[in-house]
Design a protein around this ligand. Structure first.
Ligand code: GTR
Length: 344
């Protein structure tokens, strides 16, 4: 049944190689990521020793990046590492807010389960609006310089920032560097998938309710379409993407490429049953199609559209469909911990 659904979508086949897939996605959808810094330094700004009852003190660290252009850019990251002297796997949570505790981040529960948690606020990198003079955008497009058609949109800038946090994490002996999973919700779920696809150091990329231009196949998608998203949020993408508004069937790629570009590393897609704007069925279909890129055991699911309560943790792509609304909930995190626990 699902094979037939996929066949009807006429999805463009995944290219010969992952770099080819990625290059198309960057050129046509998100824009090429900013260049890597030539050097980085960091400074601890604050510590809260009482965070998580003192079990995982919270540090605010500023990451300073010197770009090849000679200009620099800095942003803060918040780090909670269990203080038991052991090495830990970690979550890198790209979030909407800086202040902790946060409704999308159950820090204590994550730390109690043995994870360190690193988080930054996307608005501290560049604000979620069309202002390209703000933050990292202002550093990249000096003096309001025009964005070329393939230059990065803001999702690509937030993904770049996730890689800078990864640069920092890789210097910390208390973290298991090849067990760091990047996660985000909604627009930041799109960002987490892109970060996972572009940076092979991530163990797993987790998309929570990312929908259109994230984890959902675009062809025949319900809810939000490319036109809806580029009309409201053109600055998330590169300008090349705008031409696909209302012309989804002409896209030389589809979103299963984004998940496929993470292979053979782990990917995870969560949908919420009432989040019809994101479209759970199209997110599930993207996992099915990406599963073919992973090969045997890539995505282990059942042969029907997903139902609330479904959890598929058997393959390299994890999936669950939670009851309820568009939200990054505790139940979602517990599923991520359970999936990763099987794979770590
Ligand atoms: C919506 C947008 C979605 C989704 C969401 C969010 O308005 O249309 O693509 O990303 O925002 O980020 O909460």
């Amino acid at each position: 049944m699902l094979k037939e659904r996929i066949r009807q979508l006429h999805l463009p086949p995944f290219p010969q190689s992952r770099p080819q897939a990625l290059d198309t996605l960057l050129r046509e959808e998100y824009g090429y990521l900013p260049p890597k810094p030539v050097s980085m330094s960091w400074e601890e700004l604050e510590t809260n020793p009482r965070f998580c009852a003192g079990k995982a003190p919270l540090k605010k660290v500023q990451l300073n990046c010197l770009l090849p252009s000679g200009r620099s850019f800095a942003f803060p990251v918040y780090c909670a590492v269990p203080a038991d002297g052991k090495a830990h796997p970690a979550f890198l949570h790209i979030n909407f807010r800086t202040s902790l505790p946060d409704m999308y981040q159950p820090s204590e529960e994550l730390c109690d389960n043995g994870y360190a948690v690193f988080t930054f606020c996307y608005n501290d990198v560049t604000r979620d609006n069309g202002d390209f003079t703000d933050g990292l955008a202002g550093v990249l497009f000096e003096n309001g310089e025009r964005r070329a058609d393939t230059d990065c949109g803001k999702i690509a800038m937030w993904a770049w920032a996730a890689s800078r946090v990864m640069d920092y994490i890789c210097t910390l002996p208390e973290i298991i560097h090849d067990r760091v999973s990047v996660i985000g919700h909604s627009r930041l779920g799109k960002t987490a998938l892109l970060a996972g696809a572009t940076d092979e150091r991530f163990f797993c990329a987790i998309s929570n309710d990312s929908g259109c231009s994230g984890a959902a196949v675009t062809r025949q998608k319900q809810g939000e379409t490319v036109k809806d998203i580029v009309d409201r949020f053109p600055y998330w993408f590169c300008k090349n993407y705008y031409k696909y508004a209302g012309r989804e069937s002409e896209m030389p790629f589809d979103q299963h490429w984004l998940i496929g570009a993470i292979a053979p590393r782990y990917a995870y897609v969560c949908s919420a049953a009432e989040d019809l704007w994101a479209d759970p069925e199209s997110e599930h279909l993207a996992c099915v199609a990406a599963g073919e890129v992973y090969g045997e055991g890539g995505f282990v699911t059942c042969d029907r559209p997903p139902r609330a309560g479904d959890i598929f943790h058997g393959g390299r792509i994890g999936y669950h469909l939670r009851a309820g609304l568009h939200f990054l909930s505790r139940e979602d995190w517990l599923n991520y911990i359970s999936f990763l626990g099987r794979k770590l």
